[in-house]
Design a protein around this ligand. Structure first.
Ligand code: ADE
Length: 245
């Protein structure tokens, strides 16, 4: 998979050189290219923002550097992979979940446009839609200072699903959100620590009993912490047809 990131803070993406993602890049499983938006400016001050038309607080990212930067990404990208996906992190985007991560993991080429300040001039996305599949994406219902942290999170969530990136493929299946339930609690040695004992059943060697216990723990945890994952919401089921046991 190829990933391009356009940002005014290339150093923010340095963690993508570490750990499993860094190893995947060195192994050639993932090609990440980070571009400095200021390289696409033409003025002495390398200006990327200006005041908003219509007034209001803050600054807006100017269209011209973005247009040039995205053109350059397209020109320098892999041939023959069709329209790349342009992901635009913003609190108003589609909220990332495991299903979306799985969907993105099937794409050959992702391009991220990291906004700062009050956002990017809307015409950049309208223009880009002619050449990219544009998808605004959010990490959740809170506001960050810019898209870079979202790029780190999305890249990690997606890249770990690519074949060969995570060593033990089974660990991808038995995980929170993979099948709609949260993960069961895990323990390792010692069996007793600070007066707290590992649950008896895990020491029993009875694999069927362990599987039953773990499934029960997943249900209880999900009900306690994330009941929304168990019960369909009004948005999922506007007619109220689903019966919740
Ligand atoms: N940029 C600012 N806030 C964000 C959020 N919640 N998710 C993704 N990108 C953002």
């Amino acid at each position: 998979m190829r990933i391009d990131v356009v940002t005014i803070f290339p150093d923010y993406l340095a963690p993508l050189e570490l750990s499993l993602i860094g190893r995947a890049r060195r192994a050639g499983l993932l090609d990440v290219v980070v571009h400095d938006l200021r390289e696409a400016t033409t003025d002495r001050h390398r200006t990327v923002d200006d005041t908003p038309y219509g007034g209001g607080a803050g600054m807006v990212m100017k269209p011209e550097p973005w247009g040039r930067a995205l053109d350059a990404v397209l020109d320098g990208g892999p041939a023959d992979v069709g329209r790349p996906r342009l992901l635009v992190p913003s609190p108003g985007g589609r909220v990332l979940d495991q299903a979306m991560a799985r969907e993105l993991a099937t794409e050959p080429w992702l391009v991220f446009a990291c906004g700062r300040y009050e956002g990017i001039d809307e015409r950049v996305l309208l223009d880009a839609a002619q050449r990219f599949e544009v998808t605004p994406v959010s990490l959740g219902d809170y506001v960050l200072n810019g898209g870079e942290v979202a790029v780190l999170a999305i890249t990690e969530a997606v890249a770990r699903l690519l074949p060969g990136v995570v060593g033990n493929a089974e660990s991808l299946v038995e995980e929170s959100h993979e099948d709609g339930l949260l993960e069961y609690p895990v323990y390792t040695k010692p069996a007793s620590w600070r007066g707290l004992d590992v649950p008896e059943v895990l020491l029993s060697g009875d694999h069927a009993a362990i599987a039953r216990w773990r499934h029960q723990q997943r249900l209880e945890r999900t009900a306690a912490r994330r009941p929304d994952l168990l019960a369909p919401t009004a948005a999922d089921d506007p007619a109220g047809l689903a019966v919740v046991p």
